[in-house]
Design a binder for this molecule. Structure first.
Ligand SMILES: C[S@@+](CC[C@H](N)C(=O)[O-])C[C@H]1O[C@@H](n2cnc3c(N)ncnc32)[C@H](O)[C@@H]1O
Length: 284
């Protein structure tokens, strides 16, 4: 069957089902089956490439899964974040493009530290996106990360193993009482915690049905885990150390007020590349 026909047909069905980026997803899944990049798939379409019956069946099977709203990254098993390729699937949060900006805030903060080996801690590591970005991009940093979910931790561990040369350390545990041995020695604490209010069910089926609840929901107002992040960061950071917290675009004021009440200094709100309030930084 013609690759072009398969992609066009799938893209039309994806679009009708309300999937954003319908054509891109159809191309990327074809690329997954054929072992080609999206650009190479576009070239194959132009040259009129045909798929074997086995390839056609395999691709149609993946298109069926996507049509059932399984996230693209679960089907391919991969997510791209900054310079990283991370293993993802059921049980782990898929890293989002907006978090790349939050990782950048942490990278900028740790690069300003005048120590030979500044320590950074990521609270709620998920796939390891933030922790591994810092560890691979700031080579003199020493990065520690904690993840509570055993299911997520399987992915976190594999991703930390894949990037083991950067020396980042990972533990399974609760961020509320993690890393007591580092108290007062840390330069940067960063977290993208669960922050959705418990009754604000996400609109996107991919998020609602496939991202783990522990990664999404932060109690009645979405602030429960952020409270713990503030307390743990206070314990870990030395005086003058930086805290970076990602939050929902509607929560900037709440997070700022929480940090001010907890005694943080220089509490600032930051917008992501789409202009939405996305993160708050503060100094201990
Ligand atoms: C929104 S996800 C972010 C994952 C990753 N840092 C990222 O930015 O893609 C939040 C993560 O925090 C973890 N988590 C939630 N509560 C936690 C806790 N009390 N201690 C440690 N990890 C926790 C979740 O399992 C999930 O992996």
């Amino acid at each position: 069957m013609l690759l072009r026909d398969l992609i066009e047909h799938a893209a039309a069905r994806f679009e009708a089902a309300g999937i954003d980026s319908a054509e891109v997803d159809a191309q990327l899944l074809a690329g997954h089956v054929l072992g080609l990049s999206r650009g190479a798939i576009q070239a194959e379409v132009i040259r009129g490439a045909e798929l074997t019956e086995t390839q056609t069946d395999e691709l149609n099977n993946l298109y069926g899964r996507r049509l059932a709203r399984e996230p693209l990254q679960h089907i391919t098993g991969k997510a791209h974040f900054r310079n990283l390729e991370l293993e993802v699937g059921r049980g782990v949060f898929i890293p989002r493009p907006e978090t790349e900006f939050v990782a950048q805030l942490a990278i900028d903060a740790i690069r300003q530290v005048a120590q030979p080996e500044p320590i950074a801690v990521d609270l709620g590591a998920g796939s390891g996106a933030i922790a591994l970005s810092i560890a691979t991009e700031v080579v003199n940093s020493k990065v520690f990360a904690v993840e509570k979910s055993e299911q997520a931790f399987e992915f976190t561990s594999r991703n930390f193993a894949a990037y083991k040369d950067c020396g980042a350390a990972l533990i399974l545990g609760d961020l509320a009482d993690a890393f007591n041995e580092l108290n007062g020695t840390v330069a940067v604490v960063v977290s993208n915690p669960p922050y959705i209010p418990i009754d604000a069910i996400p609109r996107d089926i991919e998020v609602r049905d496939f991202d783990p609840a522990l990664a999404l929901y932060g109690g009645e107002e979405g602030m429960d885990v952020i409270h713990h992040v503030s307390a743990t960061a206070k314990r870990l950071l030395y005086s003058g150390g930086s805290l970076i917290i990602e939050h929902a675009d509607s929560q900037a004021d709440q997070v700022v007020q929480l940090l001010l009440a907890d005694g943080w200094r220089q509490v600032r709100s930051h917008r992501d590349l789409t202009g939405r309030d996305r993160a708050v930084t503060a100094i201990k």
